[in-house]
Design a protein around this ligand. Sequence first.
Ligand code: ADP
Length: 395
Amino acid sequence: MKILVINAGSSSLKYQLMDPNTGDVFAKGQCERIGLDGKLTHKVPGRDNYVAEIAMPSHSEAIQSVLDILVDAQYGVLATTDEIDAVGHRVLHGGMEFSESCIIDDDVIAAVERCIPLGPLHNPANLMGIRACQAIMPNTPQVAVFDTAFHMTMPAKAYMYALPWEYYEKDNVRRYGFHGTSHRYVTLRACELMGRKDIKLINCHLGNGSSLSAVYDGKCQDTSMGLSPLAGVPMGTRTGDIDACVVQYLMNRYGYNVDEMLNILNKKSGVAGMSGVSSDFRDLENAADEGNERAALALEKFAYEVRKYIGSYAAALGGCDVLVFTAGVGENSGEMRERICNGLEYLGVKLDPEKNKIRGQEAVISAADSKVTVLLIPTNEELMIAKDTAELISK
Ligand code: ADP
């Protein structure tokens, strides 16, 4: 079986053609600068990358260029696009409409449209990707996989904000959470590796965007992001949780409007804003090693806030059996994992310094006598999307 996984952003579109059963990737790549000029980067394992400038006024041309390269005599991997069994789309915000993946029809599109106010930056782009695929491949089934869906099992005490009730009832204002496909993937893998499902699990998805989830019996009980991905721990360029009055104070002082203020909170803050160096944790580690105190403080702050969330989720779950690290930072930075776990000994977390040197590979990285099993699990959101897609179309 061959599933095309699409992650459409406003000016970019990532794709992977993969086998949902084996996880084998036949080809992957991305279109960038959609709406400006257009650039396609296409990778086939074991072959040279193909990079080309191709006019992409809209997502339609981007999708068409992906299909063209997939069947290209020299760079392609398919004889015809009919070999694509289905397309799985990553969709950011499913609001309260979706608690699982589903086959896309007119009702699903209308519901994703209703969620645009909740995901104003991403949902319109996701819809453009869906519509472009529908137009170009009208006979190929399309599936939507939502970033919010895994978190829909949270109890009300976790997802409600302590706001006047009508904002929830009338306006659907609540915690939703994101990176759900990643949290679901590592949860499934952790349960498989532990050989049981009834574990108290804390997942740390630490990348450019970061979020944690508290999971019991395979179901999400709480998560750090909120109505939007701005909440939770500090990130590459996002503040994470912040006193709302800081917003009022800065807007009054500098005359910012809401968009300007949100741009600061989303794009100019986090470890990049604190350090003034970079949003990339490798740059921060290098700068800190060279004596840059603000970079060192940004790293310390990040680790501290992640550790605080782990502590609060252990309290929420009444303990912790397994702690998982995933995503760019979680998978690659043993240094950051160590900073975070340093101080969690009271909880029964004890890393094995040798095992913790590993990068990007599934592994147990806790010591043999650690009460909490610490796992490194590389996330694979594309595989999860491909598996959901395959399962839904074979029903
Ligand atoms: P995104 O949220 O964009 O999907 P990723 O999960 O790919 O992000 O994570 C990207 C981040 O991972 C980069 O900001 C980079 O700082 C971090 N990263 C990647 N490799 C390393 C490494 N070896 N050490 C520290 N950080 C790393």
